[in-house]
Design a binder for this molecule. Structure first.
Ligand code: HEM
Ligand code: HEM
Length: 180
């Protein structure tokens, strides 16, 4: 299988980045909802937050790689059996997914670094904090983070439902071309 995308399908690099990111996002969403319910005395209180932040920073890296790779290796051509409107809607949805994800990641960074502390990524390196921009930065970024996390997951549910509809009802190549 080719590393780069071809005219008719995604290549191994885009496929690996898509599924690695999908798994990480589902994991981060579940972990996020779980950890905010813990109390200070729970054994996992600090550990879960540290894991969420470190994994989130890794996703920032994967997203950057993915966007760079997208410029280097263009996505495959539109599927011919789809109407022009469906192809346009799919492109718009993909751009929205990237934009919401980027803003969600930035808001996570702004919550975590609001008190000036850097983020420790699995003890391997640290991401420095920027000077705080607002007195209530942690609260404001927290509300944005919560809202965007739910928006992202809702859009992903639509995106996955559309992919499954193409596969099982329209019986076209949409899902197959992003699988190895
Ligand atoms: C958090 C989860 C997910 C995110 C953030 C996500 C995001 C994306 C993005 C941004 C693209 C466009 C790729 C590009 O051209 O740059 C894409 C393509 C695609 N995704 Fe996902 N995805 C997720 C999960 C899923 C799931 C669960 C499925 C299937 C059940 C799926 C099926 C597809 C398919 C079939 C394409 C190719 C669409 C086409 O060729 O037009 N994705 N995804
Ligand atoms: C795809 C990426 C991410 C997803 C899906 C995600 C999801 C979530 C969710 C669902 C919550 C719970 C929100 C609530 O109920 O109040 C949460 C909380 C949190 N997230 Fe994320 N997150 C992501 C990335 C990040 C990143 C990159 C960071 C920091 C570097 C981060 C830091 C935090 C912090 C500090 C909280 C606790 C906020 C609070 O106590 O109100 N997240 N996240």
């Amino acid at each position: 299988m080719q590393l780069k995308n071809t005219h008719s399908r995604y290549g191994l690099i885009a496929i690996s980045l898509h599924w690695l990111m999908a798994l990480s996002i589902f994991g981060l969403f579940g972990l996020g909802l779980y950890m905010v319910e813990l109390s200070y005395y729970d054994e996992w209180y600090r550990g879960s937050l540290e894991l969420h932040k470190a994994m989130g920073v890794m996703v920032i890296g994967v997203l950057a790689l993915r966007i760079i790779w997208r410029y280097y290796s263009k996505p495959p051509a539109d599927i011919k059996s789809n109407s022009a409107v469906v192809n346009k809607a799919a492109k718009l949805a993909h751009r929205l997914l990237y934009a919401i994800l980027a803003t969600l990641l930035i808001s996570g960074y702004l919550i975590s670094t609001a008190d000036g502390r850097s983020i420790d990524v699995f003890g391997v390196f640290e991401v420095m904090a920027m000077p705080s921009m607002h007195e209530q930065q942690e609260d404001i970024a927290g509300i944005i983070h919560w809202g965007l996390a739910w928006t992202l997951i809702s859009l992903v549910a639509l995106h996955a439902a559309a992919a499954l509809k193409h596969h099982f009802i329209d019986k076209d190549e949409t899902l197959k071309r992003i699988l190895p």
